[in-house]
Design a protein around this ligand. Structure first.
Ligand SMILES: NC(=O)c1ccc[n+]([C@@H]2O[C@H](COP(=O)([O-])OP(=O)(O)OC[C@H]3O[C@@H](n4cnc5c(N)ncnc54)[C@H](O)[C@@H]3O)[C@@H](O)[C@H]2O)c1
Ligand SMILES: N[C@@H](CCO)C(=O)O
Length: 352
């Protein structure tokens, strides 16, 4: 039986939900997927660090109400988040990076990924910073160290848009995309249509685990800008940085704007898009758009995301599914491990 030792960096909504999946589903994964997971290290800015080569009980981790620095009370624990030491020295095969997204330079998550890859650990991450701002370097580092860098959850949480488009639409002539790529702002717009105030709607999105640590990133469009960079670079072969993407969020929309759109059978949506022009240049933007109710993206509600990918051979192919949520995003981490497992074990077995 294959077992992967996992280090969790950041123990907030996503990695907690992932630990819960490990506690509930490891037996099932053994049978269905051919591997089981063993959490050997966890670090968190608020809780500290804990390392155990024999494994840390996932159920204990999620059921204990730790205070600040509370990992110090566990065997192998410390009150400090010793990220570098844990990432480089814990006996992990895979490092799951799920700390805050920093939209400016991606740090400290970029360093977390770099330390892990340099130390020969696979990296799985839901953090948009390292993927949008340092993917090329991190992929090269992964190749040099014969490990994988996987990041399906960075766009549309557990809905597999990156892997699906890169593998299943290969050769179809991808030339652009447009879509709803932020669960929080889509949820907030829907709640405002139902009469809720902007701040109350954001509060609900935070409670449901959709929002960024600083929800300004959601409502000002910065989160979508990172996702547009990621999709454009992954799917269209672009080399965009966030500065290349014009960006406007939903914070300037008023209840009056939303009501007048509704009277004219329209609805506001925050749309991220990129398109390859005649000259080969990629134009990318994030902006609220007033869509007629019969537009395919107008009916996408709540924290659901949808992206229509333009192809030469098929026309538009639309992927829709959850775009935020703790469990939904934790699933993306599992899907990354499945990809690593298939690359390492299944392909090796097929070659033998
Ligand atoms: N929640 C979602 O729906 C969702 C979806 C897709 C992607 N993401 C991304 O996944 C990541 C995690 O999201 P989340 O919802 O769990 O966020 P969260 O705010 O609930 O958790 C982040 C955790 O990281 C810890 N942390 C921050 N900096 C750290 C550091 N330097 N060292 C160790 N720990 C640190 C924090 O203490 C916190 O517990 C974020 O980058 C987010 O953008 C989240
Ligand atoms: N805050 C983000 C999480 C998913 O990246 C959203 O609401 O879409």
């Amino acid at each position: 039986m294959v077992q992967y030792n996992i280090a969790l960096i950041g123990f907030g909504g996503v990695n907690r939900a992932f630990a819960e999946l490990v506690a509930e589903r490891n037996n099932r994964w053994r049978t269905e997927l051919g591997f089981q997971l063993n959490i050997v290290a966890v670090t968190d800015l608020n809780l500290g660090s804990v390392v155990s080569a024999n494994g840390i009980d996932a159920r204990m981790l999620i059921e204990t109400r730790f205070e600040r620095g509370g990992f110090a009370k566990l065997s192998g624990g410390s009150a400090e988040a010793d990220n570098e030491q844990v990432i480089r020295q814990a006996p992990a095969d895979i490092v799951a990076e799920a700390t805050f997204t920093n939209p400016y330079d991606g740090e400290p998550a970029v360093s977390h990924c770099r330390w892990a890859l340099e130390s020969g650990r696979h990296v799985i991450t839901t953090n948009k910073g390292p993927v949008a701002l340092a993917a090329a370097d991190l992929k090269a580092l992964a190749r040099r160290n014969h490990v994988s860098f996987e990041y399906e959850g960075a766009v549309m949480s557990g809905t597999p848009v990156i892997r699906m488009a890169k593998t299943m639409l290969a050769g179809s002539g991808l030339n652009g995309f447009e879509g709803i790529l932020n669960g929080t702002s889509n949820f907030v717009l829907g709640r405002m249509e139902s009469g809720l105030g902007f701040s109350e709607a954001i509060g609900e999105a935070q409670a449901l685990g959709y929002a960024e640590a600083d929800p300004t990133a959601d409502v000002e469009g910065h989160d979508v800008r990172l996702k547009v960079v990621i999709l454009a670079n992954e799917l269209l072969g672009a080399t965009l940085t966030p500065g290349d993407v014009s960006c406007r969020g939903i914070s300037s929309l008023t209840v009056g704007d939303i009501e007048s759109a509704a009277k004219e059978r329209c609805r506001w949506k925050l749309i991220g898009s990129a398109i390859r022009g005649e000259d080969g240049r990629i134009e990318a933007s994030v902006a609220p758009r007033r869509l007629a109710l019969d537009h395919p993206l107008a009916g996408v509600g709540g924290a659901i995301n949808a992206v229509s990918i333009n192809t030469d051979l098929l026309g538009a192919v639309t992927v829709t599914g959850p775009g935020a949520g703790r469990v939904e995003t934790a699933y993306a981490l599992l899907s990354d491990i499945v990809a690593i497992h298939r690359a390492v074990h299944v392909n090796k077995e097929a070659a033998e």
